[in-house]
Design a protein around this ligand. Structure first.
Ligand SMILES: [Zn+2]
Length: 192
């Protein structure tokens, strides 16, 4: 970790890294991208630490852990949604007030047209050869916001239907109903 972070002097950024690393296991380039995207969103939307957020992350890899740790957006509290498009991009908004159907958010992407100015980072991004995390992160730290592109977007707020529970006629376990099915999905799929 000292190797990876020796190019970083911003104390706030180091504090964020220290928080993310135990969850992620180490400082990967993708986790660092997540931290930078979180910080761009914080400036664009003006939220403060501890404020409830909603994130749609466009990859399962690395990046989500930054939002889980720094933004408190988890799968379990529904603050984190993964739309796995295989993109280094995320859309972040504050939690909508009760009754709202839309809220302003920001979609931020690591932009290949901009990473092209940073050869080691770009090589990592395009995965044309193995690049040590230390080198890619050093480029990202130097570039700061300069390798990202973002735009304000309207985020649709999903309404929360009342949860209905049924007991499966086959395995007798309870499950959340989607419609009026009589079998849980594992039994329904097993019997089809
Ligand atoms: Zn069942």
């Amino acid at each position: 970790m000292e190797m990876v972070t020796r190019s970083i002097s911003d104390p706030e950024l180091l504090r964020q890294i220290v928080r993310v690393v135990p969850s992620h296991g180490y400082l990967s380039t993708g986790a660092f991208v997540g931290i930078q995207i979180f910080n761009i969103a914080r400036r664009a939307l003006g939220f403060s630490e501890g404020e409830r957020l909603f994130v749609t992350c466009e990859t399962f890899s690395c990046m989500p852990d930054a939002f889980q740790v720094l933004g408190g957006c988890t799968i379990g509290n529904k603050g984190l949604w993964i739309e796995d498009l295989g993109k280094m991009a995320a859309t972040i908004s504050k939690r909508a007030p009760r009754g709202a159907t839309r809220i302003e958010g920001v979609r931020i992407v690591l932009d290949p047209a901009k990473t092209a100015s940073y050869p080691r980072l770009h090589t990592w991004y395009m995965n044309t050869e193995k690049v040590p995390h230390e080198e890619a992160i050093s480029d990202l730290n130097r570039a700061e916001d300069g390798v990202y592109t973002w735009e304000m977007v309207e985020v649709e707020v999903a309404e929360k239907p009342k949860k209905r529970i049924a007991i499966c006629k086959n395995c007798c376990e309870s499950f959340v109903l989607w419609g009026d099915e009589r079998l849980c999905r594992s039994c329904a799929e097993g019997s089809s």
